[in-house]
Write a protein that binds this ligand. Structure first.
Ligand SMILES: Cc1cc2nc3c(=O)[nH]c(=O)nc-3n(C[C@H](O)[C@H](O)[C@H](O)COP(=O)(O)O)c2cc1C
Length: 191
């Protein structure tokens, strides 16, 4: 059994219940000083695989090479997943196509990262004051395309842990799936 199928089916249940956290994950990396850091990202289903859209100018682009963990919790179904995954860059052509559907401000931000300052850089006080105006001034000409720094990652899981909370005075259900030589091994865990 591929735990990704279970993941998508639990996520679909959360979506049907209108859970606002259903599309989200916490994407966890380590900083250069080995300190862990996480941030919320939209977790995408890309032809049955997990993916995220991020910008290469962000520190997380290089941090991903030291390993990535994902975490989700959907209160509507009371299920938590912890996933370890390796990453590969998504096809730039696919990114460029989907980028065209993005709203104007995120598009302009991608060009801001490319030409002015990388994502997550500090702004000087004067830059912070004029930031919104500067962003508005970025021209998106007809047919403008994504900068090369607009990117995405395909996440290839090799370990899943699922914790399902149980109602009443019973222990929670906790299981782990580890990919060993192409086969998923299943373990029940002490919750
Ligand atoms: C609900 C939500 C969804 C988000 N989705 C994304 C996303 O899909 N891609 C992204 O790069 N940042 C997304 N962000 C912003 C990130 O959490 C983060 O602030 C940003 O990517 C900068 O991260 P960094 O400090 O690792 O550079 C989202 C934030 C929230 C609150």
């Amino acid at each position: 059994m591929n735990p990704l199928d279970t993941f998508f089916s639990d996520q679909a249940r959360a979506r049907e219940l209108g859970d606002p956290t259903a599309p989200l994950c916490v994407f966890i990396t380590t900083e250069s000083n080995d300190y862990p850091t996480g941030r919320t990202l939209v977790l995408r289903n890309i032809d049955g695989q997990l993916g995220v859209f991020i910008n290469k100018s962000s520190p997380k682009w290089n941090q991903k090479d030291r390993g990535v963990s994902l975490q989700t919790y959907w209160p509507s179904v009371e299920i938590q997943y912890r996933i370890k995954a390796s990453c590969a860059a998504l096809d730039p052509e696919m990114i460029k196509q989907s980028w065209k559907q993005r709203p104007e401000t995120p598009k302009k931000l991608d060009w801001f990262y490319e030409r002015q300052k990388p994502q997550s850089a500090n702004l000087e006080p004067a830059e912070a004051t004029s930031f919104t105006t500067k962003l508005k001034e970025i021209a998106l000409l007809d047919g403008s395309t994504a900068p090369d720094s607009a990117a995405g990652l395909l996440l290839v899981p090799f370990e899943f842990e699922k914790l399902e909370l149980r109602l009443g005075d019973v222990p929670h259900n906790r299981e782990k799936f580890i990919l060993i030589e192409g086969n998923w091994q299943h373990y029940s865990m002490v919750p």
